[in-house]
Write a protein that binds this ligand. Structure first.
Ligand code: BG6
Length: 514
């Protein structure tokens, strides 16, 4: 029996289709730090079609040879750990270098698209590439809509004769709910949803992808994955770095826009979604969107009582004194931008009713650590009535996303000795112990998926809008009530006291694992 086409995913391990990749905003950091190294890693793994080429575009004119040189350097600098030992693969690097082109132009100018279209045709001819294209938008977000409109007008977005056109859109997708909806409406005038790949690099992380495998390829987790056994869930994405040179962007974005509607909500939806009917793109994303729509939208009162914001002041990270946010480059001395946010969310469905989800993310925190903690309920106490409550352990499953990648399970055990004493012990699974480490920038899988037409790990319009809907009340309330206590946490700490109080009010505390 044939499977429904939408419900089957492409065969694993097949190389990308023959295509031309066009990067808009190619002189920016992303191309050098992530995209080129990822293409190199794909080429080494024989996952790039032999008929492939890359065209970089940018507003600033640049000599094509120089651009190529910069890209080659980027591969050497950022591809993987082996490079440190000088073991990079010169043949692959040369192969890639021969396929790098550059064209400068103003993305608002229709003539630029005519020139780009002609260049694409030339490049296709040189390398005998099929008429498939994907456009990677790594420009300022304010240009996304314009570029797609122009691609449409230049006839560069329509799929004809069995050839494909796809567009990868970097985050942030929108500035708030209204602008995300508007952008979706605009781009859908030109593209069908299946041509749109809204990227969230969190979905390129192995352990994030592993959440689905852990939950649905094993039979022991799913029966306890619900309100009956789980007391609460904590999702933390803590960074020890500050804003660095990104002040101009961050001042306007802040921690909520920068991290929550996409990265944190991806973790939330993968942790809480119902089993999809297959790993096909729509089946998985239907369930993610469904659970995001079930998250209670906070009222303005909830924003005040169930959300906390913070901004770092000066402090010490890993023993080194670091400046406060307001002293960073391009940051206003009185800035009211939040660099930390914590929130308690509830999901209104049968599986999760009454289970709180505590989410937090911040810059300049004590350590870099992204983790999902599933805290199980305490076992009935009857047998241990005479044991002090602090000695009674609970089960805790922790999914470590970074820097360590793995899963650990905490459970109670008897401490050896003549008296009945309980202690918490831990079973640890470390990804690299089992599988070793593979060169990975986090973009390999996502680029490959776009080249084979699998959008499972990309955000769909309804998911993006559901995410913005949940945080829109916080954006509104916090805009109306500028913070008075900033800075309210020291760099190198675990965030402001308000975030601790959020859990203390529920008789709980943050679990800081590192
Ligand atoms: C980006 C944010 O999307 O994600 C950054 O703009 C943040 O501010 C980064 O530092 C975190 O990504 P990762 O992969 O380092 O957790």
């Amino acid at each position: 029996m044939n499977r429904h086409p939408q419900l089957s995913s492409p065969a694993p391990g097949r190389p990308g289709d023959s295509c031309v990749m066009v990067i808009f905003g190619a002189t920016g950091n992303l191309t050098q730090l992530k995209l080129l190294p990822a293409l190199y890693n794909l080429a080494r793994a024989k996952l790039l079609s032999p008929k492939f080429a890359l065209i970089g575009t940018s507003f600033e004119p640049q000599d094509e040879g120089l651009f190529r040189e910069r890209m080659v350097k980027a591969v050497k600098n950022y591809s993987d750990q082996e490079l440190d030992q000088g073991e990079f693969d010169q043949e692959t690097l040369d192969w890639i270098a021969e396929r790098i082109y550059f064209i400068a132009g103003d993305v608002r100018d229709p003539e630029f698209y005519a020139a780009l279209k002609a260049r694409c045709a030339e490049v296709r001819k040189i390398h005998e590439i099929e008429d498939n294209h994907f456009y990677y938008l790594a420009t300022l977000p304010s240009l996304f809509g314009e570029i797609i409109r122009q691609l449409g007008e230049a006839g560069m977005a329509s799929e004809e004769g069995g050839h494909w056109r796809r567009v990868i859109i970097e985050k942030p997708f929108g500035y708030d709910l209204a602008s995300a909806q508007e952008l979706n409406t605009d781009i859908k005038k030109v593209l069908r949803e299946r041509q749109i790949y809204r990227i969230d690099h969190y979905l390129g992380k192995e352990t994030v992808q592993n959440i689905l495998v852990m939950r649905f390829a094993n039979s022991i987790f799913e029966p306890v994955w619900n309100r009956r056994y789980i007391d609460h869930v904590q999702i933390t994405a803590a960074e020890s770095v500050g804003v660095g040179q990104r002040g101009p962007y961050y001042e306007d974005a802040g921690a909520v826009r920068d991290m929550v509607p996409h990265h944190l909500f991806q973790l939330l939806s993968l942790t809480t979604m119902e089993p999809p009917v297959s790993f096909g793109a729509d089946a998985v994303r239907d369930e993610q969107a469904k659970v995001l729509r079930a998250v209670q939208i906070p009222s303005p009162e909830d924003v005040l009582s169930k959300m906390a914001r913070g901004q770092y002041g000066e402090g010490k990270v890993a023993g080194e004194a670091v400046p406060g946010y307001r002293q960073e480059a391009h940051v206003a001395p009185e800035s009211g931008t939040e660099t930390f946010v914590a929130m308690k969310l509830m999901i209104d469905n049968w599986r999760w009713a009454d289970v709180p989800f505590y989410l937090r993310t911040g810059k300049r925190m004590s350590a870099r650590s992204t983790e999902i903690v599933i805290q199980f309920r305490r076992a009935p106490l009857i047998l241990f009535r005479n044991t002090a409550i602090e000695q009674l352990t609970t089960n805790r499953l922790v999914i470590h996303i970074q820097p360590k990648e793995g899963i650990s399970l905490q459970f109670g055990a008897k401490v050896p000795g003549p008296v009945m004493k309980l202690g918490a012990v831990k079973m640890d699974f470390d990804y690299s112990d089992y599988f070793g480490s593979t060169p990975d920038t986090g973009y390999e899988r996502l680029l490959l998926d776009c080249m084979i037409g699998d959008a499972t790990l990309f955000q769909r319009a309804d998911m993006v809008e559901a995410g913005w809907s949940i945080i829109q009340p916080a954006l509104d309330v916090w805009k109306a009530l500028p913070p008075r206590s900033f800075p309210n946490y020291a760099a190198g700490s675990w965030g402001p006291q308000e975030a601790d109080e959020l859990l203390e009010r529920d008789g709980r505390q943050w679990i800081n694992l590192t």
